[in-house]
Design a protein around this ligand. Structure first.
Ligand code: PEP
Ligand code: MN
Length: 338
């Protein structure tokens, strides 16, 4: 952390900064310029010290961080890529893992048809929301526990792991009983009690990026899960709010290489919620794989026109099967396989 003193700051003011740093067991390097003094603060935990501690002191012009504020999610703490096991499927290795299925579980028939179709086309994990975080309280909120039971049935019949969203702390135990992996949705990325309890569940967690959150805030949210000694964390980029309104959300493709550089955690991409329209999903999915995503989360419905939630952005089984074929050479071109 670098503390820049104001031009002409007095020696007693510099001394206060130095004493404060020493009281926090930080190393201090003083750079006494002719007009300006710069104080470098050294220590392994400077990323976690609020800059305000020094910014409020008299004579201080600015305080700049050098260390990242997130800790456990950072490459500084763990240099090698993390690989996460989800019900026997490894995420973060050479394989680009495809997770697919309906936005919401609607019926046994709907889920089984979707499940059979995505498995046949090569998906490794089935998705399906039982608890839906809806913008309107009057929209379909999901089948809840009955939906979880259908997911368990589909898992047993199809022999593939399932992922489903958990929206509140009280449901974590219930959802963990049925799901191989918990999903924390975009709207809950900064629900810290939910993150802490999901971390404690020990289940793998796919943490979606809050659509108004920076990458730093996203990695700090991941730290909440990792702080509970749950290292099975997968990040999911799903698009952010920008001024652009011709698409549901702007997919921040650059977050993939940025995450790869700054974190050891696997990162997957959800092209469906970014696109908002089925016709845009394939191009975004291919771009994500080319950019280095470790997997994709894609909404597929046996009959999108009849879907209770997100039908417009859901792929039909035949569109999904075509996309899976098109993704293979893209994955190979970046040294991966599907
Ligand atoms: C979902 O995956 O169905 C979902 C609600 O996604 P998000 O949290 O990214 O909006
Ligand atoms: Mn959805």
């Amino acid at each position: 952390m670098i503390v820049e003193m104001k031009t002409g700051a007095s020696k007693p003011q510099v001394d206060v900064v130095v004493e404060k740093a020493k009281s926090m067991n930080l190393g201090v390097q003083l750079n006494l310029g002719t007009d300006k003094t710069v104080v470098a603060l050294l220590g392994s935990n400077t990323g976690q010290i609020p800059t305000e501690v020094f910014a409020v002191l008299p004579g201080v012009e600015s305080v700049t961080r050098i260390m990242k504020p997130y800790k456990l999610a950072s490459r500084e703490v763990k240099a090698r890529d993390s690989r996460v096991d989800c019900g026997g499927v490894e995420i973060g290795g050479k394989q680009v893992v495809i997770i697919a299925g309906p936005c919401a579980v609607e019926s046994e028939d709907q889920l089984m048809q979707a499940g059979r179709a995505v498995k046949k086309a090569g998906a490794s994990i089935l998705r399906g929301g039982a608890f839906k975080p809806r913008t309107s309280p009057f929209s379909f909120q999901g089948m809840q526990e009955a939906g979880l039971e259908l997911l368990a049935k589909a898992k047993e019949k199809l022999g593939i792991p399932v992922v489903t969203e958990v929206v509140n702390v009280q449901d974590i135990e219930l959802v963990s009983r049925y799901a191989d992996m918990l999903q924390i949705g975009s709207r809950n990325m900064q629900n810290y009690p939910l993150l802490t309890e999901a971390g404690k569940s020990g289940r793998p967690v796919v943490l979606k990026r809050g659509f108004s959150c920076t990458i730093t805030e996203w990695l700090l949210a991941a730290d909440y899960l990792l702080a509970e000694r749950n290292n099975k964390v997968i990040l999911c980029e799903r698009g952010i709010r920008t001024f652009e309104d011709s698409i549901r959300f702007s997919l921040d493709i650059s977050s993939i290489p940025v995450i790869k550089k700054s974190s050891h955690l696997p990162v997957i991409v959800d092209p469906s919620h970014a696109a908002g329209h089925y016709s845009l999903v394939p191009a975004i999915a291919k771009a994500a794989v080319a950019a280095g995503a470790d997997g994709l989360l894609i909404e597929v419905h046996p009959n999108p026109k009849e879907a209770l939630v997100d039908g417009l952005q859901s792929l039909s089984p035949s569109d999904f099967a075509r996309l899976m074929k098109e993704l293979k050479p893209v994955a190979e071109s970046v040294g991966r396989y599907i």
